[in-house]
Write a protein that binds this ligand. Structure first.
Ligand SMILES: C[S@@+](CC[C@H](N)C(=O)[O-])C[C@H]1O[C@@H](n2cnc3c(N)ncnc32)[C@H](O)[C@@H]1O
Length: 246
């Protein structure tokens, strides 16, 4: 990405603490496995980050998995956690270092807002075999205003709405890239976290959008949250899974 872009290198060490594999994570995993028909498949996880999804797919869904990510720091965390049979490579979605038609499934989980989409979708299609599926997990546009942290950071929802494609735009972009049979599954999920956990997440800048806000706004928002957050906070996630056929 050009200009200001979030830094995942600086987040790698704390990413899994601040964004844990909690009950909501596993519910989303199950949706992805079911809708993407991932069980036992040869899968490429684009933007695999710390390898949580790649490891879970190999261990629980018997998938043969490769992960790719541009961040050496995220990949170092992934290397330490995935089973040896999971392959990892450094690289970008826009130029995948894999042979044409090699994968049965390509995944992008919370990545599609970070890539040059026409190039990345074209590459996903290139590395898929005929009839293969691309499964994209992302946020629905209604997520951002409802997110528990949004009231503390006036620009947060708007910045995210601008960088994440809407569900309709994503469908159109998938069709423009040559995919067929595009379908969308919407999930709405909620968990409760306590105040200390919420503050730990904010102080750790748990979502990369914080890198795109004015640091003064971030500091002021955390100070307000320290004063106003209740003991228990509902974390609501409005997400989509888009599945498209090669
Ligand atoms: C929000 S994290 C998501 C990680 C993981 N997929 C998950 O679901 O937790 C976004 C990841 O996308 C990676 N990323 C950023 N730009 C990318 C690009 N152009 N191609 C592939 N991955 C990219 C980042 O390094 C980071 O690891």
């Amino acid at each position: 990405m050009e200009g200001r872009s979030p830094s995942f290198g600086s987040r790698a060490r704390v990413y899994d603490t601040l964004r844990p594999q909690d009950a909501a994570w596993w519910r989303r995993f199950d949706v992805l496995v079911r809708e993407g028909d991932l069980r036992g498949r040869r899968v490429l996880d684009v933007g695999c980050g710390t390898g949580a999804l790649a490891a879970a797919l190999a261990e629980r869904a018997q998938a043969r998995v490769w992960g790719i990510d541009p961040s050496a720091e995220m990949l170092a965390v992934a290397r330490a956690r995935v089973p040896r049979r999971v392959g990892l490579k450094q690289g970008r979605a826009e130029s995948l270092p894999f042979a044409t038609g090699w994968f049965e499934r390509v995944l992008m989980s919370l990545v599609v807002h970070l890539v040059e989409r026409p190039a990345a979708l074209g590459e996903a299609r290139r590395v898929l075999s005929r009839g293969g599926l691309l499964a994209i997990a992302s946020f629905h546009e209604e997520h951002f205003e409802r997110y528990w942290a949004a009231p503390f950071f006036p620009s947060l929802a708007g910045v995210d709405r601008a960088r994440f494609p809407t569900a309709d735009a994503l469908v159109a972009e998938l069709e423009a890239a040559g995919f067929t049979g595009v379908r969308l599954v919407r999930t709405s999920d909620a968990d409760v976290i306590d105040r200390d956990t919420a503050l730990e997440r904010l102080r750790g800048r748990h979502i990369s959008t914080f890198d795109l806000l004015d640091p003064a706004e971030v500091r002021a928002g955390i100070a307000t949250a320290e004063r106003e957050l209740p003991d228990r906070i509902e974390v609501r996630l409005e997400q989509i899974v888009a599945v498209a056929t090669r």
